[in-house]
Design a protein around this ligand. Structure first.
Ligand SMILES: C[S@@+](CC[C@H](N)C(=O)[O-])C[C@H]1O[C@@H](n2cnc3c(N)ncnc32)[C@H](O)[C@@H]1O
Length: 253
């Protein structure tokens, strides 16, 4: 399977034009990489979505060659509107349409779980990276986020994510197996007090890809669980603890 067809981003692309997706800060790992290299750099963002990361990167480094690749034209459409100096390319992360040794820096943010052929993608990233190039991947870690509100109220979403995401151990070993050096994974656990009423509002809008692919029954059951707890709380304090674990993989060629 070349890609995971569960989420068709063409049909939900418009949701990504919302405010919270509009602006990203320049990629701090790219900044450190540029400082180390002090030379022209070619950078690729795989599964760039609406392109916010590349738009921010190019603003910080106008002479850098920046390419954003995404599987879905509906997402790239927004990138093209934002910056025509970024190269926007439609393609699958597991079959990159670039020659060997094309980039110094490759990023992939919150998208690896969507790629059907994950090992294929790691092999492809290694192939298009130049010697001493760097790969930086960010993502959620479902195996350590069981206490995240989304997973507590929608256990089917949790099970699906556990199946779609590689475990940290597997990701690390497959990245090494693909030929990368100096593979490192940093894990960041975010503990917060979330407002259940706000979470309920967001869940009712059903705009995240995770809730969009949930079956209607599964979604309705989750909303019932939330409503039940909100009823119990009444006018009282609706803050609830929630834990979400994120990770950053850094690997070099
Ligand atoms: C959650 S969004 C993340 C977008 C962006 N990286 C960000 O952090 O805002 C996931 C992105 O992965 C893209 N995608 C899904 N499957 C893909 C594949 N097989 N190859 C490349 N991109 C893919 C989707 O179109 C979508 O833009």
């Amino acid at each position: 399977m070349a890609f995971n067809p569960r989420v068709n981003y063409d049909t939900i692309a418009h949701l990504y034009d919302g405010d919270r997706y509009r602006v990203k800060a320049v990629d701090p790992d790219l900044q450190s990489f540029v400082k180390e290299r002090l030379e022209a750099i070619d950078a690729l963002d795989i599964a760039c979505g609406t392109g916010n990361q590349m738009v921010a990167n190019r603003r910080a480094f106008p002479s850098m060659r920046c390419v954003g690749l995404d599987r879905f034209a509906g997402m790239l459409r927004y990138g093209i509107e934002k910056d025509t100096d970024v190269g926007w390319v439609q393609g699958d992360g597991a079959t990159l349409p670039f020659t060997d040794d094309s980039f110094d820096y490759v990023s992939n943010q919150y998208a690896f779980h969507h790629v059907g052929d994950k090992i294929g993608m790691l092999t492809e990233v290694r192939r298009v990276l130049r010697l001493d190039g760097r790969f930086v991947m960010l993502n959620l870690v479902p195996e350590r986020s069981a206490n995240w509100l989304m997973y507590r109220y929608f256990p089917g979403v949790y099970q699906r994510d556990l199946a779609d995401f590689m475990t940290l151990d597997m990701l690390e070993s497959e990245t090494r197996r693909a030929g990368f050096e100096n593979v490192r994974i940093d894990v960041l656990i975010g503990q917060s007090e979330d407002r259940l009423r706000t979470f309920a509002q967001d869940a009712r809008r059903r705009v995240t890809s995770q809730l969009i692919v949930a079956s209607d029954e599964e979604y309705a059951a989750g909303i019932r669980r939330i409503d039940h707890d909100l009823n119990e709380i009444g006018d009282g304090n609706d803050t609830v603890p929630s834990t979400i674990c994120l990770m950053k993989l850094i690997a070099e060629r």
